[in-house]
Design a protein around this ligand. Structure first.
Ligand SMILES: Cc1cc2nc3c(=O)[nH]c(=O)nc-3n(C[C@H](O)[C@H](O)[C@H](O)COP(=O)(O)O)c2cc1C
Length: 220
């Protein structure tokens, strides 16, 4: 598969088939992704691959915490405290698109809650990936990490798999660390990995992107 096709096919996928992904395939994806560049080749990525009982145990704990109304605190701040109009409007459009596709009304708080809760189960994908970085690492390594994550997602597409990167999976770092260790690490985010269920509405919409003239200025 060429890069153009992989880029076009990748999308955040939020419903998966109940079909196992061989660990050899996960390894093949990670082997490809680890070729991502990083400043002075620091390779700051550390990955936990969860499936089977270990995934079940962790997701039950996170989902219960969420349903008990306990908001977690991420190890780092992902979003700004004050949102500017430009970003606020895109965030709103992103949510609206998903909820309107799923026909979840604004006042239907229970369905909204259930939809969000699915995050903590990695949307029932057979594999949950969790990404850590050493506490001593700085912003530059977070830049590197994004390349690693996108490489995983593109390689997954080539392997016939789908993904959803998930900050939600980093909302309860203390639960994750109690279960898996990684105490000296920052939990960056997680990712659902599996075979897409193409029959589900939640997978049948695409988010838009701004025109280049809004993002790029040419100087010559
Ligand atoms: C680092 C990162 C964290 C994300 N966290 C979540 C999440 O917790 N839950 C979720 O449903 N989507 C999450 N997303 C997916 C975004 O909503 C999605 O990438 C965006 O709306 C663009 O859609 P697309 O990925 O289908 O192109 C995340 C994306 C990234 C890159």
């Amino acid at each position: 598969m060429d890069v153009k096709t992989a880029l076009a096919k990748r999308k955040s996928t939020r419903a998966f088939l109940n079909k196992e992904v061989p660990i050899t395939t996960v390894n093949a994806i990670l082997e490809q992704a680890k070729t991502a560049p990083s400043g002075v080749n620091t390779q700051p990525w550390k990955v936990a691959v969860l499936s089977g009982q270990s995934k079940k145990d962790l997701e039950q704990k996170m989902e219960s915490e969420f349903r008990a109304g306990n908001k977690g605190t991420m190890d780092y701040q992902y979003y700004p405290e004050q949102w500017e109009a430009e970003y606020k409007q895109r965030r709103k459009a992103c949510g609206l698109l998903m909820y309107s596709t799923l026909q979840i009304k604004r006042e239907d708080k229970q369905r909204q809650l259930d939809q969000w809760a699915a995050n903590y189960r990695a949307f029932d994908a057979p594999i949950m990936l969790l990404f850590f970085i050493d506490k001593i690492m700085e912003k530059g390594s977070y830049v590197d990490y994004g390349m690693f994550l996108q490489s995983i997602m593109l390689s997954a597409v080539e392997h016939g798999l789908a993904t959803c990167p998930q900050a939600a999976l980093a909302e309860y770092p203390e639960i994750v660390k109690k279960e898996l260790g990684y105490e000296d690490q920052v939990l960056i985010c997680g990712m659902a990995l599996g075979y897409e269920d193409t029959t589900k509405d939640v997978n049948n919409y695409r988010t838009g992107r701004e025109d280049l003239d809004k993002l790029v200025r040419y100087f010559s």
